[in-house]
Design a protein around this ligand. Structure first.
Ligand SMILES: *Cc1c(COP(=O)(O)O)cnc(C)c1O
Length: 648
């Protein structure tokens, strides 16, 4: 198997009709790539890291080759550690700059919401690299709190606990406080309060209490229901007042230190951010006026990722940059609190998506293509064939721009007539195949005319999509890209090599699961959504690799075992200033035995059962002992192999 493209640069240049600039435009890589991804002069996607003296680039194909050499086969998740580091740095530096420029009199503290990507090495990297910025963690469950507590070694980094908290959860958090880690309990419902009060009295540790409010700001995008009156999170204003009263009664009002609001994830519109902050500030000031010391304003997540590269306020895009986001927050707080004489709080944000999305990508190879192109030459039909077939054949000679609509209707009419005749035994299988073939060839010719027409009739608008190829990819949508299936998420998808060649095929993608939902037929481009992706024709004996980008957030643990495709291989790569790279960590994905044991099979027993089946076949004289041994061996090897398509 050859991973490297065998095309020489000369061959790439020889494609006069196409060049890498056209690929750059077509796939929008400069628009969504945020300077991390671009196309090299050799027509390969490269990742760029800036060490201070300009960008250092590494082609993804070199990493793929390195994975191959280590026996890590496709599909695989590739994580680039430098990109994660850079996102943390960028977030902290952008807030620091906005704070300085805006004359704001306090600091910023980021916390990473563990749920967005809980993988150990992602969290450890954030803890390690984030230490310089006192970047902390947001935990939404006991398990996540345990992760956070075991990672932080810095008493200036915060832990923010959201979600429902039982006594055990609260005890853990109180111990963190006792050890000097600022660990906040954000009260989401009043029923948590008595447990917090009881436990902190019992352990004699003052808690750090926060409160989550419901904002009334309407937010654009997919998560519009995370805010507003019907949001399932946060306290209403009446509950908020009860909380203050109960804390005061318990003598614990001095523990109320933080206001939390989370407008929802992927907020595409900066105006929503601004309105949300303004509203949160009113609440903050109100609580300060009630006598709570406060000091921390947590604005939750929501910082978007421009998956489309369109810079608009559509669901998968965003109409602002990071520095604007920071400046808007800083200014809004200052403008609201200054007239009220309330001291500037520490600004906390819980950016998850924007922190981890860029650093991971899914790489996979294409196994096969099902083309709708006419499969046979349009040979003349036999003389004694049905009229419908004869008519189709003649129609084929007549397709032209003046009569395409009529030809379209006639082609479908005669094709259906042939299906009908076949159904009644009046046409042979071969005749029907010929009719289908001619019909497809007519439709292709019509589709080729559409781009030049002043107006495309509505019933023909989907024709190119219906005639597109299906590229079968070596991956499972349900395991690796669950949000495409669950919430119609769009991710940038493109070939990672051959980009100096013209991608002549229009395609949709299908995965390995035999599920009709296991397909991708919506693709983002800077010009908007499209139903097909332009791809290159496969070359004999050469692999074709695609990448799905910006998948670091939410995909890795939401995935499931549909059709028992397991975790993919994963590599963590660290790029060095000299352009070399290191496989910092590598993880082999699930074996078939692994996934079977997840659904309660015992691999040892499966093997034993199979041995008995083989033994019986020997006794029945179906196979001999040598064959039995080979078959049992093959079974054992499969059991311990990768769940995805393997080429040997
Ligand atoms: C999910 C979540 C986040 C992360 O949101 P992003 O949009 O990914 O930054 C932050 N805070 C809370 C409370 C969340 O539920």
């Amino acid at each position: 198997m050859t991973a490297r493209s065998s095309a020489t640069p000369q061959q790439n240049r020889a494609d006069d009709a196409w060049n890498i600039d056209l690929s750059t435009q077509l796939y929008g890589i400069n628009a969504w790539g945020a300077d991390y991804f671009s196309i090299s002069a050799d027509g390969e996607v490269q990742v760029s890291v800036d060490f201070g003296d300009g960008p250092v680039t590494v082609p993804l194909m070199e990493i793929v080759q390195g994975m191959h050499d280590r026996g890590l086969h496709m599909p695989a998740i590739l994580r680039i550690r430098n990109l994660l580091d850079h996102r943390i740095e960028l977030l902290n530096k952008s807030f620091a700059r906005a704070i300085q420029d805006g004359g704001y009199r306090n600091t910023y503290r980021g916390v990473y919401p563990i749920k967005v990507n809980q993988q150990c090495h992602v969290v450890e990297e954030i803890a390690d690299y984030g230490r310089a910025y006192h970047h902390g963690f947001e935990a939404g469950s006991k398990a996540e709190l345990i992760i956070a507590m075991s990672q932080l070694r810095d008493s200036d980094s915060l832990i923010v606990c959201n979600g429902y908290k039982d006594a055990e959860f609260i005890e853990l958090g109180l111990y963190a406080v006792q050890m000097g880690v600022p660990c906040f309990f954000v009260v989401e419902t009043l029923s948590e309060l008595p447990i917090i009060i009881e436990r902190s009295r019992a352990l004699n540790i003052d808690p750090l209490i926060g409160v989550r409010i419901k904002t009334t700001v309407a937010v654009d995008g997919y998560w519009s229901q995370d805010s507003g009156d019907r949001s399932i999170f946060g306290l209403s204003t009446t509950s908020l007042m009860r909380l203050v009263d109960e804390l005061r009664q318990a003598g614990l009002l001095h523990c109320l230190r933080l206001l939390h609001c989370h407008l929802g994830s992927q907020i595409p519109n900066i105006r929503n951010v601004r309105s949300g902050v303004l509203e949160a500030c009113r609440f903050y000031a109100g609580l300060a006026q009630e006598g709570a010391p406060m000091g921390y304003l947590d604005l939750g997540g929501g910082l978007a990722v421009d998956y489309e590269g369109a810079r608009t306020n559509s669901t998968h895009s965003m109409n602002y940059r990071l520095d604007e986001y920071c400046a808007n927050i800083v200014e809004s707080i200052r403008e609201t609190l200054d007239p009220l004489d309330v001291a500037h709080p520490v600004i906390i944000s819980e950016s998850g998506r924007a922190t981890v999305a860029y650093s991971s990508m899914l790489l996979f190879n294409i196994l096969n293509v099902s083309s709708s192109s006419p499969a046979m030459p349009a040979e003349p039909p036999p003389k004694d064939c049905a009229d419908a077939l004869q008519n189709l054949f003649e129609l084929q000679q007549q397709v032209a721009a003046q009569n395409f609509q009529e030809c379209y209707n006639d082609a479908l009419f005669y094709r259906d007539e042939m299906r009908e005749l076949f159904h009644h035994g009046q046409a042979t299988l071969r005749e029907r195949a010929l009719a289908e073939n001619i019909c497809v060839s007519i439709l292709h010719r019509i589709a080729a005319m559409l781009p030049d027409l002043p107006r495309v009739p509505p019933e023909l608008q989907n024709l190119p999509e219906q005639l597109s190829d299906i590229y079968y990819g070596n991956f499972s949508l349900f395991q690796s890209l669950p949000d495409i299936w669950a919430i119609d998420q769009l991710f940038p998808i493109m070939p990672i090599h051959r980009l100096g060649e013209k991608p002549e095929r229009s395609a949709i993608l299908a995965d390995l699961t035999c599920d009709c939902d296991g397909k991708i037929d919506r693709f983002s481009t800077p010009e908007g959504e499209r139903n097909t992706l332009q791809l290159h024709a496969l070359k004999a004996g050469e692999e074709y690799y695609l990448g799905v980008f910006l998948i670091g957030a939410y995909q890795e643990t939401l995935g499931d075992l549909h059709n028992l495709f397991g975790d993919t291989n994963v590599v963590n790569v660290a790029i060095e200033p000299d352009g070399s790279f290191e496989f910092a960590r590598e993880f082999h994905g699930d074996s078939i035995a692994d996934v079977l044991s997840y659904v309660e099979y015992e691999p040892k027993r499966l093997q034993e059962n199979f041995r008995l089946v083989a033994e019986k076949a020997v006794r029945d004289g179906k196979i001999d002992v040598a064959q039995r041994s080979r078959i049992v061996q093959a079974f054992r090897e499969s059991l311990h192999g990768y769940t995805y398509f393997e080429k040997h």
